[in-house]
Design a protein around this ligand. Structure first.
Ligand SMILES: Cc1cc2nc3c(=O)[nH]c(=O)nc-3n(C[C@H](O)[C@H](O)[C@H](O)COP(=O)(O)OP(=O)(O)OC[C@H]3O[C@@H](n4cnc5c(N)ncnc54)[C@H](O)[C@@H]3O)c2cc1C
Length: 384
């Protein structure tokens, strides 16, 4: 049993770490304009990433990408998450955020939707959540009713990241509400300029991102725009979800690592009552616990990624990773804030932003309680 990363991934991790330290952390307090990364900053960094061979890392080689496996992406994601220079959701400077369902499109769909995304000509958003269906997509009310060679879509989506700029949506809708998530949901490619699609409003959040609400009023979508077969919507959406959970776990790992570094450094400099904080047991314990918990979680996340790459991972493992990684991120960010005292609360420091981001990862793409619920189900069924 080998617990070390393969040499090529250690080198990749080091390259990304240096990129984050030299290019991203120094500009992280000025790189964003609200929810958006400043276009000139993004363009410059994308150019540098391309020159370093850090572009389209998870895109399969047949589409011109690097074809990194999940373990490779995990080490990249955890390094990237050490900085707040980029939005916590959406495209990084290493290429657009492409859900893997787009690689399952048929040839005509790839021509119209996947390739323009890869070339940077089109933007897309994933639209599943609704006012009454967040954790529980089976409760969704948006319907797609077949009408000859079209589907007519009616409904309302909420919390859709990037929808205001998207050219098309990967939309999940009910084709059979009685079946819910057990075969009743289907996934469609919906151009956002189709009559009847309307971005109603943005919802500002404490993290600074502004997901959108979208109304669908008798939207006519060609039947050829269905992804896979009717009723396969959950399967299509799920195809990204293990990677999505790992992504969120890595966000937590990255936040924890950066906060740990900040804590160690601050505890050594800051003197109270005549001694550095580093000499106080209360502070030492917070740092020692954070270090231990980070190490344990990193092992869990790496192991899950390696087992997923080998086709050996059980579903329960991604639930564990999401719970452990996201809760670690928030816990360590919170300790970091505490150790920094007032400076932990100052918005001129990155800590409060990491703390807010880390809090959100415990909710988005499946709250930790729902992860625990489905994990417990797997345990009781003896399927772990
Ligand atoms: C910034 C942001 C970006 C997002 N981007 C997207 C996107 O791009 N596309 C998209 O489709 N969605 C997106 N979402 C939606 C996100 O995935 C949902 O918010 C999330 O799944 C939770 O759904 P909900 O908010 O409706 O919470 P609910 O489902 O109403 O749950 C509320 C709370 O109840 C508790 N809970 C729920 N069910 C259970 C249970 N069974 N047992 C115990 N406790 C439970 C949990 O604590 C949960 O946090 C985004 C959300 C945010 C905030």
């Amino acid at each position: 049993m080998d617990f070390d990363l393969p040499e090529e991934l250690r080198l990749l991790k080091e390259t990304v770490r240096l990129f984050v330290d030299r290019e991203l952390i120094p500009i992280e307090m000025t790189s964003m304009d609200g929810a958006i990364m400043r276009p000139e900053v993004r363009a410059l960094l994308e150019d540098k990433a391309k020159k370093l061979g850090l572009w389209h890392l998870d895109v399969p080689q047949e589409y011109g990408g690097q074809g990194l496996n999940l373990l490779g992406m995990v080490v990249v994601w955890e390094e990237i998450a050490r900085t707040i220079a980029m939005p916590p959701r959406g495209p990084s400077v290493f290429g657009p955020d492409i859900r893997h369902v787009l690689f399952t499109l048929n040839p005509a769909q790839k021509e119209k939707y996947l390739f323009p995304v890869l070339r940077g000509e089109k933007k897309t958003a994933f639209a599943q959540s609704e006012p009454d269906a967040g954790s529980d997509p089976g409760a969704m009310r948006t319907t797609a009713v077949r009408d000859g060679d079209h589907y007519i879509i009616n409904g309302y989506k909420r919390w859709i990241t990037g929808a205001a700029d998207a050219d098309f949506l990967q939309l999940v809708a009910a084709t059979d509400r009685a079946k819910g998530s057990r075969g009743g949901l289907s996934m469609f490619l919906v151009d956002t300029d189709t009559p009847g699609v309307k971005v109603v409003r943005k919802t500002p959040t404490v993290m600074g991102d502004e997901p959108c609400e979208i109304a669908f009023d008798d939207v006519n979508v060609p039947a050829e725009n269905i992804i896979g077969e009717e009723g396969g919507g959950m399967r299509a959406a799920q195809s990204w979800i293990t990677a999505g959970r790992l992504y969120q776990a890595c966000r937590g790992l990255g936040v924890a690592k950066r906060c740990l570094d900040l804590m160690v450094s601050y505890a050594q400099q800051r003197v109270t009552f005549g001694a550095p904080l580093a000499e106080r047991q209360a502070v030492q314990f917070m740092i020692a616990d954070s270090f231990t918990e980070h190490h344990m979680t990193q092992l869990l996340v790496y192991q899950l990624a390696a087992r997923t790459d080998a086709g050996a991972a059980g579903r329960h493992e991604s639930y564990m990773a999401k719970i452990a990684g996201t809760e670690l991120g928030f816990r360590v960010a919170d300790r970091c804030m505490q150790i920094h005292g007032g400076m932990g609360l100052a918005t001129e420091m990155p800590i409060s932003k990491m703390w807010r981001d880390a809090r959100s990862f415990m909710i988005t793409e499946g709250p930790v309680e729902v992860m625990r619920m489905v994990l417990a189900r797997e345990i009781f069924r003896g399927r772990k």
